[in-house]
Design a protein around this ligand. Structure first.
Ligand SMILES: [Mg+2]
Length: 387
């Protein structure tokens, strides 16, 4: 089997309500799909992280840098291809967009492997460590409104009513504003409900510690990206100052080489590699092995269309128990509950996560078809394609 063509498709839709996080607001959704075609009639599907204009820049990297290296290659040589492409790009970007593009390619090659062998991705990766897993309902994005705290309180109530057993909110209004938001979300969710908070690296060490103390007092489970990702010492300082709440991070870190620093320097309690940026499925598995060697559990980050959600359903299924025992640390699937056409409508057979959550006590199971186990709805893709 040989690779005959690589194409990427950028989909976009306008959002009715502008949403935000600690770094800015956005009013469009983007999904950047990659397809790797073969002479066997098998097409692998992947997705590349990067919204808006980043998607168009990534498309150029795929078309001009990576695709010429893939044509004519055996797509099952996933590990060989990964290292050749990485090495070719090494002098031009060991982190960031080149690696995000390589991630999308790697995902598509694993999809081809599954389709060629008629096995689901979770089987290729060594089998399911659990039949189903908790889905945490992500919501509470920032909005430019004065009553945001009460809006957050209502939103988390609705997430609880949808059947989720865990949820995550955005931070980013400054320490005082965030304290108000977090208290409102705890009020809305009720005591005992699992809550996480994400500040998208908006704070200094001092601010993060102040805010983290409040989150800990409100019994939040983790505080995500408290400080800038380059500041490994800062991460460690925040973590050491806040026993009693997990420090999470890793979505803005790349490859085994970057994650080596987060892990070996004791920066995080929970590592969150993002499959569509950090080097793909191959690299997430290597990073996970390294994290586990240091006793650090992994809960993958995911932010994308149902292609990536499906990939992460497999990843969350196969992550080994750590350390092993009857009552294990459990990885969860991240799922954005805000309006998103690239959830549920993009695939011919939807993942039906909201329904699974409702019917299965907040839990879901991965797709069982070959590879990632998804098929694109071509009419939908054409309708929203912009590049
Ligand atoms: Mg995050």
């Amino acid at each position: 089997m040989r690779i005959t063509n690589v194409e990427t498709l950028i989909l976009q839709h306008d959002m009715d309500v502008e949403l935000g996080f600690a770094q800015g607001y956005y009013n469009k959704r983007t999904a950047h799909i990659i397809k790797v075609h073969t002479d066997a009639g098998i097409t692998g599907i992947g997705e590349i992280f990067g919204a808006g204009n980043f998607a168009f820049a990534n498309q150029a990297i795929v078309n001009h840098v990576i695709a010429p290296m893939l044509i004519g290659r055996n797509p099952l040589d996933i590990n060989v291809i990964w290292h050749e492409v990485y090495n070719a790009m090494r002098d031009h970007g060991q982190k960031g967009m080149p690696i995000s593009c390589l991630s999308g390619v790697d995902i598509a090659l694993w999809d081809i492997m599954g389709k060629a062998t008629d096995m689901p991705l979770h089987q290729l990766l060594g089998g399911k460590a659990r039949e189903d897993f908790v889905v945490y309902g992500y919501g509470m994005m920032l909005q430019k409104r004065d009553d945001l705290a009460s809006a957050f309180e209502q939103e988390v109530k609705s997430i609880v009513e949808m059947g989720y057993t865990a949820s995550k909110m955005k931070l980013g209004l400054g320490v005082d504003g965030d304290r108000e938001l977090a208290a409102a979300v705890r009020r809305g969710a009720g005591d005992g409900f699992k809550l996480m908070a994400d500040s998208n690296h908006a704070y200094t060490v001092g601010e993060a510690i102040q805010l983290g103390q409040t989150l800990r007092d409100l019994a939040f489970y983790w505080f995500e990206e408290p400080v800038m990702p380059e500041d490994y010492n800062g991460y460690k300082a925040v973590r050491q100052a806040l026993p009693g709440i997990n420090i999470a991070g890793g979505e803005a870190e790349w490859t085994r080489f970057g994650h080596r620093e987060l892990i070996s320097r004791g920066c995080v309690d929970i590592l969150q590699p993002e499959v569509a940026t950090t080097g793909g499925i191959s690299e997430v598995m290597k990073i996970t092995a390294m994290a586990h060697a240091f006793g650090t559990p992994v809960i993958p980050h995911v932010w994308g269309s149902d292609i990536l959600i499906a990939v992460d359903m497999h990843l969350v299924s196969v992550l080994p128990d750590i350390p092993g025992g009857l009552h294990q640390f459990q990885p969860m699937l991240e799922y954005d509950t805000t309006p998103n056409l690239f959830h549920e409508d993009l695939l011919t057979t939807p993942l039906s996560i909201p329904q699974q959550v409702r019917d299965n006590h907040g839990r879901a199971k991965p797709p069982e078809g070959p590879g990632i186990g998804i098929e694109l709805n071509d009419a939908f893709v054409e309708k929203y394609r912009v590049g």
